[in-house]
Design a protein around this ligand. Structure first.
Ligand SMILES: Nc1ncnc2c1ncn2[C@@H]1O[C@H](COP(=O)(O)OP(=O)(O)OP(=O)(O)O)[C@@H](O)[C@H]1O
Ligand SMILES: [Mg+2]
Length: 287
């Protein structure tokens, strides 16, 4: 049964979903600057619990920065963050994060199964021994992403899409309530993309919250319930049907998307949209 199934219909007909409760992730007044120019400026954003939300915006818009700063991985100039209504510090165990692939050092000599076991570090403790039950759990997570056959392989000896699946398996092992994924579909083939979206939809059906940075505008409508359009500032946010419009897309991407492409996106199937909607919004793998 999904959270939506459990939704209560109020007397006036509005539906009280878990989204009406504390957001999975709430960001207030967040500004982050690497140098003088802010990478994100004064962003307020609520990511609804029990929903799948896409973060969309051109390269350099600050999408990765937003996630990293929300998690405290990088410092912020200002901003408050809460997770399920409590400070991040008290809710860390409820959050799993899959970083953007390009940001991970793939040369470290670690087997796939050990990468997944890292997701269990809270259970294991710093010096905890890996027991059969832990290994079984890690193997089950690998199975969920279709990577069982690769458990003993070095992580660096996998293809990009396979690595992406393994890092998703590690996030699954954490048994978090909020999953933050930075471009989970970057550079993966159609089969892997379908496998990953299935895993994410299953998480949602279990009442979990998913936030994913997403570049393929053609699939936003199909994959996600909600969207945040970001370009240094928040441009728009809300249910896809309301926030993902020709106007908000134009405001987010400027002249980089032709209006004809934007019109096609609104049809929901992306028909006619070239892979990678323009030079700055490509869906493909990045160098
Ligand atoms: N470590 C860093 N030092 C300095 N500037 C940085 C650093 N990381 C990111 N930036 C800059 O901050 C801005 C936002 O970067 P960020 O990685 O958040 O963008 P993004 O929206 O995730 O882009 P992409 O779609 O390419 O992943 C960019 O202008 C980028 O050049
Ligand atoms: Mg990024």
């Amino acid at each position: 049964m999904t959270p939506a199934d459990l939704a209560l219909a109020a007397k006036d007909g509005t539906v009280l979903t878990p989204a009406a409760e504390a957001p999975a992730l709430s960001i207030r007044g967040m500004t982050v600057s690497y140098a003088e120019k802010p990478a994100i400026f004064s962003v307020d954003a609520d990511f609804a619990a029990g929903a799948m939300t896409a973060i969309v915006g051109p390269n350099g818009a600050g999408k990765s920065t937003l996630l990293k700063a929300a998690l405290g991985v990088i410092p912020r100039l200002s901003g408050e963050v809460s997770v399920f209504g409590t400070p991040l510090e008290t809710a860390r165990a409820r959050v799993a994060y899959v970083p953007q692939r390009a940001s991970v050092d793939w040369d470290f000599p670690t087997r796939v199964i050990d990468v997944v076991l890292m997701g269990l570090y809270r259970e294991l403790g710093l010096l905890g021994r890996v027991r059969a039950a832990h290994r079984a759990k890690a193997e089950a997570c690998l199975a969920r992403v279709g990577m069982s056959d690769f458990a003993a392989r070095q992580i660096g000896q996998l293809s990009g899409g396979q690595q992406q699946r393994v890092f998703l398996a590690r996030a699954l092992a954490q048994e978090a309530d909020l999953y933050l994924l930075d471009e989970p579909f970057a550079g993966v083939d159609a089969a892997t993309e379908a496998a990953i979206i299935e895993v994410l939809k299953t998480l949602k059906d279990q009442g979990k919250s998913v936030v994913a940075v997403h570049h393929d505008l053609a699939t936003v409508t199909r994959y996600f319930d909600r969207v945040l359009l970001l370009n240094v500032r928040k441009i728009a946010a809300g249910p896809v049907a309301q926030a993902f419009t020709p106007q908000t897309l134009a405001a987010t991407y400027g002249g980089r998307l032709a209006s004809a492409q934007i019109d096609q996106l609104r049809l929901g199937d992306g028909a006619g949209l070239p892979t990678g909607a323009g030079p700055e919004a490509g869906a493909g793998p990045k160098a």
